[in-house]
Design a protein around this ligand. Structure first.
Ligand code: SAH
Length: 405
């Protein structure tokens, strides 16, 4: 186990136990896929503890890299280094590269809420790090990354000098790993609600009580697209959360913007975000409701731009059929109700509903709504949420901008 007080260079990995793979199951690791399923493992060393690091070897003994392991999971090992690179060096280099990439692409005067580390997309499986101004928020989903936390924390603090590092690990996958939820301060001074800037707009962020790590950063580009299309439109922001899309629609000179969400806390923040940015609002602009029910009772053509950014409706593979029906209903209702010549931005962040299936759902919804629907734009997640080509599973967000005649 790494000792957090030691510098990254001094971690010794010479003794790590070898984890041998079956000859016919090595290919994906050779192709730099980070996941090793339990069936691929030919031999478990007796001295290898769950959460510990192992040297991953081909059947012929060749070293393929290093992984952390957890025997109780079907993904029994996740690669943190390939080839002969020492795992601590690889983790430090991957963190350094991840931070440098965001520093290069984001001007903090314009955007200081970014995803610094995107799990497998940054070759750091099990780790998400979001940066809100000078506060980092860590989300850890695996036992192996939990064991590496002291080293990761030390490296991140050295790279970014944050005021505070807070952990907010509440993902369901932790239970499969034998972990429970955890939230707490890991480094620095305690903090309250923050104000951050995204593309020049300001947002109140309540990291401790908000959803996920505080904001949904993956839709940043789509919010800018909404701004560019909003002029003169009546915009319905369904699943508005703290009003991200609504603020951009206002900045794009929408005629009216209504934010609908089932969470009164989120809507309260949405309202104060409007005030923070100088947009005038009325009580009617914020509706606490179930978006499905709201759309059902809505007068036709009341809006000519409807945004649907629901939470993941399929959280497990078994949910896909039920979730598919819910996505279809939602899209059918929006397409049926939007004014002719209107726009619908429809999104799905369910990993288990892939792009093809989402396209089929939208097709079926358009058939049932009886409208002429065209795709104007397709989008995945923003560039601080990279997906490794070796790990396509990391792609989860799909957005389609539709014109509905
Ligand atoms: N579009 C937002 C993020 C949406 S997160 C942004 O850009 O920041 C999903 C939101 O949907 C959450 O705020 C949650 O409270 C809300 N929600 C979940 N189920 C809902 C439902 N059935 N009706 C209305 N809101 C719902």
């Amino acid at each position: 186990m790494p000792n957090s007080s030691r510098s990254p260079q001094t971690h010794s990995t010479g003794h790590l136990p070898p984890l041998k793979l079956h000859a016919n199951r090595e290919k994906s690791v050779r192709n730099r896929h980070p996941w090793i399923f339990s069936g691929a493992i030919a031999h478990w060393p007796h001295d290898l503890e769950d959460g510990g690091l192992a040297a991953v070897c081909a059947a012929n003994g060749e070293r393929l890299g290093y992984a952390y392991v957890n025997r109780r999971c079907s993904i029994a090992a996740r690669m943190v280094a390939f080839g002969d690179t020492d795992p601590y060096t690889a983790i430090r280099d991957n963190l350094t590269r991840a931070v440098a990439f965001r520093r290069k692409h984001f001007d903090p005067a314009q955007t200081n809420a970014v995803r610094l580390v995107n799990g497998e997309g940054d070759m750091l499986p099990g780790l998400i790090v979001d940066e809100y101004a000078d506060v980092l928020v860590l989300q850890i989903s695996t036992l192996g990354m939990e064991r590496l936390k002291p080293f990761v924390l030390e490296t991140l603090v050295a790279l970014t000098h944050p005021r505070a590092v807070y952990e907010k690990s509440d993902v369901a996958a932790r239970y499969e790993e034998g972990l429970t939820d955890f939230a707490g301060l890991l480094h620095g001074r305690d903090f309250g609600p923050l104000v951050v800037t995204e593309q020049g707009l300001r947002f109140h962020v309540d990291i401790k009580h908000g959803q996920k790590t505080g904001l949904f950063l993956d839709q940043r580009d789509m919010r800018a697209l909404v701004q560019s299309l909003a002029a003169g439109r009546q915009v319905l922001n369904g699943f508005a959360y703290t009003g991200g899309f609504s603020l951009y629609a206002h900045r794009g000179r929408a005629r009216r913007v209504v934010s609908v969400d089932s969470s009164s806390g989120a809507l309260k923040l949405a309202r104060s975000n409007h005030t923070l940015n100088g947009f005038s609002v009325t009580d009617d602009d914020f509706v606490e409701a179930d978006v499905f029910a709201y759309l059902r009772q809505l007068d036709a053509a009341a809006f000519d731009f409807i945004i649907l950014d629901p939470p993941a409706l399929a959280r497990k593979r078994e949910d896909v059929i039920r979730a598919g029906r819910a996505y279809k209903d939602l899209n059918r209702l929006a397409m049926a109700k939007v004014a002719p010549g209107g726009l619908v931005l429809t999104c799905s962040c369910s990993h288990f509903v892939d792009e093809k299936l989402f396209g089929q759902i939208v097709f079926q919804a358009a058939c049932e709504a009886g409208r002429q629907v065209r795709i104007l734009h397709r989008h995945r997640q923003a560039l601080d949420h990279p997906v490794s080509v070796f790990h396509p599973e990391g792609s989860y967000l799909k957005s389609l901008l539709l014109s509905v005649d």
